[in-house]
Design a binder for this molecule. Sequence first.
Ligand code: ZN
Length: 404
Amino acid sequence: MLTKTEEPKVMRDVIHGYIHIDLKIIWDLIDTKEFQRLRRIHQLGGDFQVYHTAEHSRFSHSLGVYEVVRRMVSEVKDLRETLDEKEKVYVMIAGLLHDIGHFPFSHAFESICDISHETFSSRIILGNSEIHDVLAKVDENLPEIIAGIIRYTYPNELLNQIVSGQLDADRMDYLLRDAYFTGTSYGAFDLERILRTIRVKDGKLLVKESGIHSVEDYIMARYHMYWQVYYHPVCRSYEIVLQKIFERMRYLYHNDFDKIKHLTMFLPFLDGEPTIYDHFYLDENAALYGISQLTKIDDQIAADLANRLLNRKLFEYEDVHKPEDEQRIQEEVKKSGYDLSYYCIMDTTSQSPYQPYGEKRGHVIWVLGDDKKIAELSTKSVIVQSLVKGDTKKECKIFFPKLI
Ligand code: ZN
């Protein structure tokens, strides 16, 4: 597991300068076909419809997460001294592979096929895949260990926290990377400072009290990125049209199968249990080809929705403040001859950048006080306290086609 590459490898990266690789197993994993598939998945789903430079892939994000983990376990003194050499490699691999199960268009697809990308990540790591072969060749227990860290069930919780806690390598990379590629400055925060102030105590990842300001900045970065980028209404519109395309395909699958039987890339996801083989072949190239084929079928709704997605004739939107707003738009959409179930969609989004009282483990950011006591972040930061106590920001919108 600790075998080195013949010489250290570096890959240029716009966020981290370089990605440094000197372990053979990391290099071999990057070379697998399942990891290379991530080049064909956009990191930000439909956001490239809003931010035209947001063309970066899950591939570059995954390398970035690996690099942040590598820096954490080698530069953060407490981690370097707490973890043994094997555990350092485990957590680097888990960082590299944490998004291996992603579907086309990122999260939008998950709601369509009702399977999370985390489930597929585990299946790929544990199943019949090149990734599994690389891991098992080195140590037959390794696939289970890596899947455990990604599922947050590995016995040493520190490793799980590094990959998917509140102050984890995943978020640290995607906030910086997504901010860069969308051209928004909101997501920027001081990664160097955070890395310098991370500590470990009682098996917990903490941040030193003097590092609070950079963590406040990081939480504010999340807040702005959620509303400016991740929940941008045009991006939601793209995802909603995509969801409706799949809803229509599912309807045709059960009621008029002949019309879509040639779209073999989608069929396993419309019914039954898709395998990791099906998952591998459904990248964004295949999905967009399938959607372009859909524009030619003899079904007005499917063809129209597919055209809208491909040619960016997305749905308009309006804020809904009272039930009458919804009724008024529904009537207008109906009058224009549209089927309401595909062409009039209510969508509510709410997000809080930091909620320390959630059920899920790893939800809390711990601070190591100057008095050496451990405290939850909002008890030490006035800014974070007001975010936690304040109302969760909510948006309710209705999406519908442009009405003439
Ligand atoms: Zn990720």
